[in-house]
Each structure stands twice: as structure tokens, then as C-alpha cells.
Design a protein around this ligand. Structure first.
Ligand SMILES: Cc1ncc(COP(=O)(O)O)c(C=O)c1O
Length: 375
């Protein structure tokens, strides 16, 4: 089955093979070497320049763990931008932790604007942190980071926390340029790895603030986790198999090995940019296909994510569409939560190719008439 759901996504055989190598001890020299291979390309994934003072690390749990863990390192007043299911999850987690949460609620399909964020920071602030999901997997909205960064400048003491779960390795994050204090991402979306670990990037300001706080968690303590990574002593036993897969994937992306033929020879930051460009083309191709069939994107085209297209299923039986495609060996995603049956989602992320996308769209062409709802 070719898996086009919005994560977990297709994982290359080379990556799967990394996970069946003989085990190593997690306090061994081999483990230190493994961790050392991860950091330089991981810094590229978060868009950090040579002089950056931010720290990257790997955590032993899925992304939700650091949606919680990150909040242990910051004060009580949290502004959560909510425009879908995962941004709501972050607000809910903050509430469970007893934070004083203000929700900036937007309609699903919308992204916060610079004016909305600046106005809320001014009228409802001051806040210790803003939480924002950059790519809302539930709606296919990618919130542009530059306007968010400009709005955050109106409240310099407020830290910016971003979930880049389905954005990292599919779109530029540029943590330093966008003034991001804490970024977190699972690896099973555009990084195209099996699920289970999370990568993070923390600013110097975040780390200094977090160190000074009483943090009511051991396993999810961001400082213990990040310091442990930096000192090459993970606090608990790491998922060595997934760390190996991550190291291999980051190396392959950075060397250009995962790029299409047109981009061969590109390495380093240029290879990451070429990967982002591939996803932009896949987004354009998918939306063009939908519009050609009278099926509009759920978010405005300008906000549609390069990694996930969420398409309105007007006149289409989504469950029947998914079943018909499965019979042809292709799997796409239904709408999420309240959008189930009203939209469908195609995760053109990770190591999926443009040729593969053309094949999927060919099959969708073939089955579409049979899954239209009869009047
Ligand atoms: C944007 C976003 N944030 C957070 C999560 C939660 O990740 P996990 O369930 O792997 O902890 C997901 C999962 O799909 C997601 O898409």
C-alpha cells in the first residue's frame, strides 16, 4: 500500500534497514558518535546559522510529550493560537498543567494574522509564551511565520513556542530569523521516519529561563532532556533504532540523496531548500488537480500547506473514495475530527516523489466518478 495519509508516511527501505542493525549500548562510544552525527544536519532542519546560540536535541517520545514538556520551562501566562485540532491539544495541555491560558480562537482553515496576534498580545497580555501550530495537520493550513515574528516583536518578553510536526523538512522553519524560542517536531511526517521520537530546538533565552524554574516533571523535563543530549548522556534509555534512522535520514537529506534527478548535486542548505521546493510543486499539482475537478482546497490557496493538502469533498463520498483507492494500492486520509467526511487529505510529504503523486492522481481520476454522491 502506498501511504499518502498525513503521517505516518512512506519510509524508505534504507531507513527501515537502519533499524535492524545489531544493538549498541546507549552509554557506549558508538552512541556518542551517533548523537554527534545527528546535530549538524538537525540544525539545518531548524534553519540555524553557524553563529546560532540555539540548542537542538532528540527526545524519547512522540511530539505530544514535548507539547507538554516545553511548557514546564516557562511562566504561567500562555496565549494559545487555536485553528484546528492539534493547536487545541496544546491549549488543553497548558490548561491541564494549571497554566493561565488565553485562547485566540480562529475558524478552522484560517491562520492567525500579524494584526490579530499583535492586538491580542496588547489587549490580553502580558504573556509568558504563545503556542502556535505551524502546519495544522487537521486542516492543511500552514501559518506563515514572518508575520507571526513581526507581531511577537510588539511583546519582546513573550516567548514563541511552535509545533512544526508536519512542517519540518517540508518547509523552512528558520528558528533564529523568526525569533522562535521553542520548536518541536515528531519525525513521522515530512522527515519520513517511523514514529516514536521528537526533535526540538530551544533558544538560549528559553534554556536560561527554564533552568531558573521549578519544573514539575522528570521524564518530560526539557532541561534534563536537552542537557542530556548535549552532554551525550540521554537521561533514559534512548530508542537507539530510531536515532539511527534519524541520523541516516538527516545525512541523506543533507547530501542530496533524497532529491529528484533535477536537483542532483545540491548539498547542505541548498539540498534542504530543494526539498522544500519539491513539496511546493506537489502542493501546486494537487490543488490544480482538485480545482480541475471542482474540488477546492479547504484553506485559502495561499495558506495551503506544502506537505498536506486538505480538499473539500463537495459531492464526494469520502469513505468510498478512500476504499476505492485502497483497492488500487493507494491510501489517502479522511478529514480530521469535525472535517471527517467533509474533506479528504493527501500527505505529499517526506520522500514521496512527484511521479508517485502523478500516479495517485491518475487513480483518483479513474475512481472519482464512481464515488460522487448521487443527487
Ligand atoms: C501538528 C501536530 N502536532 C502534534 C501531533 C501529535 O503528535 P503525536 O501524536 O505523535 O504525539 C500531531 C500528530 O499528528 C500533529 O500533526
Amino acid at each position: 500500500m502506498k501511504i499518502w495519509i498525513p503521517g505516518p508516511t512512506y519510509v524508505r527501505t534504507e531507513i527501515l534497514a537502519e533499524q535492524v542493525l545489531p544493538m549498541i549500548g546507549h552509554r557506549s562510544k558508538a552512541m556518542v558518535e551517533l548523537l554527534e552525527r545527528i546535530d549538524p544536519p538537525l540544525r539545518l532542519a531548524f534553519g540555524l546559522g553557524a553563529g546560532s546560540t540555539a540548542t537542538v536535541a532528540v527526545c524519547n517520545h512522540s511530539a505530544t510529550g514535548m507539547m507538554e514538556g516545553s511548557l514546564y520551562g516557562v511562566g504561567a501566562r500562555v496565549l494559545s493560537v487555536v485553528n484546528g485540532s492539534f493547536s487545541k491539544r496544546w491549549a488543553d495541555i497548558a490548561k491541564v498543567l494549571g497554566k493561565d491560558v488565553t485562547v485566540l480562537e480562529l475558524a478552522w482553515g484560517q491562520a492567525v494574522t500579524e494584526a490579530q496576534l499583535a492586538e491580542t498580545l496588547k489587549s490580553k497580555g502580558p504573556f509568558d509564551a504563545v503556542t502556535l501550530v505551524v502546519c495544522e495537520t487537521s486542516t492543511g493550513v500552514l501559518t506563515p511565520l514572518a508575520p507571526v515574528a513581526r507581531a511577537m516583536k510588539t511583546s519582546p518578553s513573550t516567548q514563541l513556542f511552535v509545533d512544526v510536526v508536519s512542517a519540518i523538512a517540508g518547509a523552512p522553519i528558520d528558528c533564529d530569523a523568526n525569533g522562535i524560542d521553542f520548536a518541536l517536531a515528531g519525525v513521522n511526517k515530512a522527515l519520513a521516519l517511523p514514529p516514536g521520537i521528537t526533535v526540538v530546538c530551544a533558544s538560549k533565552r528559553y534554556m536560561e529561563g527554564a533552568r531558573a524554574k521549578k519544573r514539575a516533571s522528570w521524564y518530560l523535563d526539557p532541561v534534563r532532556t536537552i542537557d542530556g543530549h548535549v552532554e551525550r548522556k540521554t537521561p533514559a534509555t534512548p530508542v537507539v533504532t530510531l536515532y539511527r534512522a534519524l541520523a541516516r535520514q538527516l545525512a541523506d537529506i543533507t547530501s542530496g540523496a533524497t532529491l529528484p534527478a533535477r536537483d542532483k548535486g545540491k548539498t547542505g542548505a541548498a539540498a534542504w531548500t530543494a526539498r522544500f521546493d519539491k513539496h511546493e510543486r506537489m502542493r501546486a499539482r494537487t490543488l490544480q488537480w482538485g480545482i480541475g475537478h471542482g474540488l477546492d482546497p479547504f484553506p485559502a490557496e495561499a495558506l495551503s500547506s506544502p506537505t498536506i493538502s486538505c480538499i473539500k469533498a463537495d459531492g464526494i463520498d469520502v469513505a468510498a473514495l478512500i476504499d476505492a483507492l485502497k483497492k488500487r494500492g493507494e491510501e489517502i486520509g479522511n478529514g480530521y475530527d469535525k472535517l471527517k467526511g467533509l474533506t479528504f487529505r493527501i500527505g505529499h510529504m517526506g520522500d514521496h516523489s512527484e511521479e508517485g503523486l502523478d500516479e495517485l492522481l491518475f487513480h483518483m481520476d479513474e475512481v472519482l466518478d464512481s464515488v460522487r454522491v448521487k443527487a
